[in-house]
Design a protein around this ligand. Sequence first.
Ligand code: 1GP
Length: 229
Amino acid sequence: KLFYNAILKSVKANEKLLAILIDPDKFDNVEIDAFLNKIPNNTTHLFVGGSTVANGETEGVVKALKQNTKLPIFLFPGDYSHITSLADVLLFLTLLSGRNAEYLVGQQVKSIAKLKNSPLEIIPTGYLLIDGGNHSSVSKVTATEPISQENAEDIVHTALAGQYMGAKLIYLEAGSGAKFPVKPEIIAKVKEAIKIPLIVGGGIRSESQKQAAYLAGADMIVMGTAFED
Ligand code: 1GP
């Protein structure tokens, strides 16, 4: 549990984590140097994933990243077919905000053939899609509705259910390219309720949005669109 323990250690030391998300669908391996030079110096993790990624594309991107950076590479898959053992970690996602059995357990079962002999570190992650003001691709692909930000109690209870079910991370997701990110008040309420590290992503573009999310209690922030060309 090398990579998970490192997260716990950072959280304990109150060191904030920053993951940059690479969507293999929109990423050109030829530009890898330029990309790695452009991301912030305080980047701690690279996430690789997207809702719609062509077959084999994730592996190519992970391979290229591995050759060019020492940052830990976390898979953030939209589908079990995106899993590759070349990464360091798999965020084993459960879409807790939705009621689509395929994304609560179906995809997880389908992934096992690939995972049972894989060296990937697997981190059970409760994934909550929160309304970010536009129709996100997560919502489209999974045919689930996000939870409204008006519904703080529902969000907190869903996150806690995830923790009680055994999740080791909770991920609040407003959706890539969200009009507005998860509000600081929501982040604060979830952080107060749970005992496991909290990841927040979707629609975070500015330094002030980032700082507000950290201040509210996000342990790790994920940014994607802000670093896409
Ligand atoms: C990760 O989907 C987000 O949770 C990334 O969102 O592309 O809006 O930064 P952005």
